[in-house]
Design a protein around this ligand. Structure first.
Ligand SMILES: Nc1ncnc2c1ncn2[C@@H]1O[C@H](COP(=O)(O)OP(=O)(O)OP(=O)(O)O)[C@@H](O)[C@H]1O
Ligand SMILES: [Mg+2]
Length: 428
């Protein structure tokens, strides 16, 4: 960097460095201008402190050579003022002082000078010091530029990060919206299904009731005309009995549908959360099913870890277990075989797994994907509503915050696997 061929350390844009030379001794000034110009620097002379300040502020040079002993303001003063100004603060200042002058080096550095040269000058020394400080200044400038670039990159990254965060939030909002609209669609489907299901029994009831009404009117006319025979009355009573039975049966079916439908909307208040032993709770639930099992030859057992203590909704678990067992009784053994129904419980890392299985006729692969859908049933003719497993699904996923799946091999049996958290969040 300081080689002889290197003429004048250039500034960043490759133009020669600008040096402001300040000296009130004309001969010194001329000499310095000559030496430095020869070296290729762009040199600007100033005869006193005030001119130096004006020149530096109008167009900041790359370096200043500054005489100390000048009439007011002297070199220290000029230096101090340049250092106080944001625009000129960074310009390196080399002080010039005559050997015979009283020269305070400490002051020179404390007001902000980077170096000093004593007169009479040695050309080599001046050039070496000038070049060194210009090079230093160049490096400093490059560092500053790098720093600025880094800062810019950081703020760009921060902005990118913020944009990402925003996108993420928007995505989350969209996802919530999607889930909501999916729920609404499911609810719409459910309502349409309920309307459809209830339409039949209510329709039959209306038909039966209007038949009864028509027959009654006819009978009344005959009676008023005093033409009523014994057989007219017997016919009417037959019709009345048949119609009222039909009405009753269909209204009962509609009422049952409505009761089931109410359960679909997993009632949030009727179930209490508490801490309980899972295996003994299941045993109690199964015990309550004894009357239903009495009419069959099935065996029902609860097996597995006796130490599992859950904090959850036992009522929901009872409802689920009851539905699963009732399904085995209703669907799995059409030929009244003696079935083997069992629960198996285990725990692992904050999760409980409940296996429930029967060894009945199983579920056909093409039905397996639909069993949790509302109104899917293969037993409509026998009064099945197809809401049982849908209720189970809602209880497991919503109330108990778990998962349920079903595996089945036709003619071998059906197997449900439930994964549930042992401990439900406090806010649930
Ligand atoms: N253990 C099982 N073995 C064989 N098939 C089953 C079993 N459990 C359920 N299924 C099949 O899944 C269908 C849906 O069951 P789900 O409990 O939802 O309705 P359902 O029992 O028909 O009617 P509901 O429970 O509303 O009275 C049943 O109709 C039956 O085809
Ligand atoms: Mg059922």
């Amino acid at each position: 960097m300081m080689s002889q061929e290197n003429i004048a350390t250039p500034t960043q844009d490759d133009s020669p460095a600008t040096i402001l030379v300040v000296d009130d001794t004309r001969a010194n000034l001329r000499l310095l201008v000559e030496i430095l110009s020869k070296q290729g620097y762009h040199v600007r002379p100033a005869m006193n402190g005030d001119r130096a300040l004006a020149a530096a502020q109008a167009d900041p040079p790359d370096l200043i050579l500054l005489d100390i002993m000048m009439p007011d303001p002297d070199g220290y003063e000029v230096c101090a003022r340049l250092k106080a100004d944001e625009q000129t603060r960074q310009i390196p200042i080399i002080f010039l002082s005559a050997l015979n002058e009283v020269f305070d080096k400490v002051k020179a550095f404390s007001v902000g000078g980077v170096d000093y040269i004593t007169k009479p000058f040695q050309v080599e020394e001046i050039l070496a010091r000038v070049e060194t400080h210009l090079a230093l200044r160049q490096l400093q400038k490059r560092l500053e530029a790098k720093n600025q670039q880094l800062e810019q990159e950081i703020s760009e990254r921060r902005r990118a990060n913020e944009a990402l965060q925003q996108t993420l939030q928007e995505l989350k909002a969209t996802q919530t919206q999607l889930i909501e609209s999916e729920k609404m669609a499911a609810l719409g489907g459910l309502v349409a299904g309920v309307a459809h299901e209830i339409n039949n029994p209510v329709g039959f009831s209306i038909t039966a009731a209007s038949v009864l009404e028509g027959e009654t009117k006819t009978l009344l006319k005959i009676y008023e005309a005093d033409n009523l025979t014994r057989s007219d009355l017997a016919d009417y009573l037959d019709t009345a009995q048949e119609s009222s039975q039909l009405i009753l049966r269909n209204l009962q079916q509609a009422a049952e549908l409505i009761k089931n439908f109410k359960q679909v909307a997993v009632d949030q208040t009727s179930l209490d959360k508490r801490t309980f032993n899972l295996k003994s709770y299941l045993e109690d639930t199964v015990y309550n099913l004894k009357p239903k099992l009495k009419k069959t030859t099935h065996t029902l057992s609860v097996n597995g870890d006796e130490t599992i203590t859950m904090t959850s909704y036992p009522g929901a678990i009872a409802q689920i277990a009851t539905n699963l067992v009732m399904n085995s009784i209703t669907h799995a053994y059409p030929n009244e075989e003696a079935g083997n129904l069992r629960f198996d419980v285990s725990q692992n890392q904050g999760k409980v797994t409940i296996h429930y299985s029967d060894n009945g006729i199983g579920i056909h692969a093409k039905h397996l994907a639909q069993i949790f859908d509302p109104f899917f049933t293969t037993a409509r003719h026998r009064g099945g509503s197809g809401l049982g497993l849908h209720i189970v699904y809602n209880l497991v996923t919503q109330k108990l915050q778990g998962h349920i799946r079903c595996e089945s091999t036709p003619s071998e049996g059906t197997h449900f696997i439930l994964d549930l958290p042992i401990q439900l969040n406090a806010k649930e």
